[in-house]
Design a binder for this molecule. Sequence first.
Ligand SMILES: Nc1ncnc2c1ncn2[C@@H]1O[C@H](COP(=O)(O)OP(=O)(O)OP(=O)(O)O)[C@@H](O)[C@H]1O
Ligand SMILES: [Mg+2]
Length: 457
Amino acid sequence: MAEKILVIEDDPAFRAMLAEALHEKGYEGALVGSAEEGVARLKKELFDLVITDVMLPGMSGIEALSLIKQADPALDVIVMTAHSTRDSALEAVRRGAYDYFTKPFSLNEMEIVIRRALERRALRAELSALKNSLSGAGRVPVIVGQSPAMLRLIEMVQRVAALDTTVLITGESGTGKEVVADAIQAYSKRAAERFIKVNCAAIPETLLESELYGHEKGAYTGAVSLKKGKFELAHKGTILLDELGDMPLSLQPKLLRAVEQRVIERLGGGAPIDIDVRIIAATNQELAKLIEEKKFRADLYYRLSVATVNLPPLRERKEDLPALAAHFLEKINPKTGTDLRGLSREAMALLFDYDWPGNIRQLANVLERAAITSRGDVLTESDIRQAFENSPRAGVRESAPRTGTLRENLRAFERTMIADALRQASGVQTEAARLLGVSPKNLWNKIQKHRLGQAGA
Ligand SMILES: Nc1ncnc2c1ncn2[C@@H]1O[C@H](COP(=O)(O)OP(=O)(O)OP(=O)(O)O)[C@@H](O)[C@H]1O
Ligand SMILES: [Mg+2]
């Protein structure tokens, strides 16, 4: 795809000459006569570079600079100016322009500056990917695990990251699909470009389409201004379609087109827009089953599963428990003000006894709860037991038989759920009520009943 350059120049003759020159050098040029027009174009289209005159009717090139940077911070701007006004070019550079040339300039000179700017952009992306992969720190997520299954997976992640193909990540809830998506992006050559995540399950069907593809002004009531969609925003970078199994069937044909042809259209018409995006999809649902039930299109599945990474559930790789526990304790210590070094042998045995339906996320939760109540520098069996009891999700499916009457257990379960919701809502009762799906008044009554009123209860 030719690189697209926006040129803002008010002199029509010079503009025509630039248009011809850009075309000859193999670039796609878009030429406008004022900064206002230029800024408007930037809001609607994607460019790789902007070249602007300084002296313009209306808004000056320097004034336009901040608006351009606002529209796309990664976009480089080159200013052109007459030799007599070189000071204004320097001012532009001071304000973030990448470079300038003074008129008159030769076309070769222009070509060199353009090449350099475009190469710098590509280099920046490569460098940052390299830096990330070398340090293994910073934004790059760590995938903990030494079980044969995880070692195979980590190798797969590295191989897939280097390619630029579409990837489908599958696995039960909490197995680390997002961690893997982060790692693939961080090790890819697109590491320095945008990484946009869309949770298909969290957005109502009516909004998801405009969220993904954007809309033109007036596309529907409420579309008061033009909005770029996530695909467009992810241009040159990566998009994660999380919880893909929840993508409504009605939206799947349009997604198929985006995946197959890398072309999207905003809602409310407008021209098709080419996008250069790497697509990663993740789901905890069995797509094969959804296809059978006619809830997911087979053609879309084949397009997305060019490469697939399947995360094994934690119960199938329990040998990773010690390493995972150590990893999480290191993260938990500064958060809870503890100095935990590990788990007692009995505590670790409890972790091995359990089935972990909520996988690694549940493990992290249980350890954090245990850390909060712990004393001393190792987590004990009783710390872990208590943590399981305080965790509603774990509690229900815990292998140890429960004692007491149904009524007592239900009451205890209700209390834990409410305490959890309150903690999650930072004590804001209306928010906790929303999380629990009860009215604030109803929640208030229950808080009194369970004496959860006091802070810290
Ligand atoms: N191999 C791993 N090493 C270290 N941390 C991990 C690993 N796998 C998962 N985690 C951690 O476990 C938690 C859950 O992981 P993540 O959000 O990636 O799961 P998921 O598969 O996307 O779950 P869901 O299907 O519910 O969205 C996160 O806090 C993540 O950092
Ligand atoms: Mg996830």
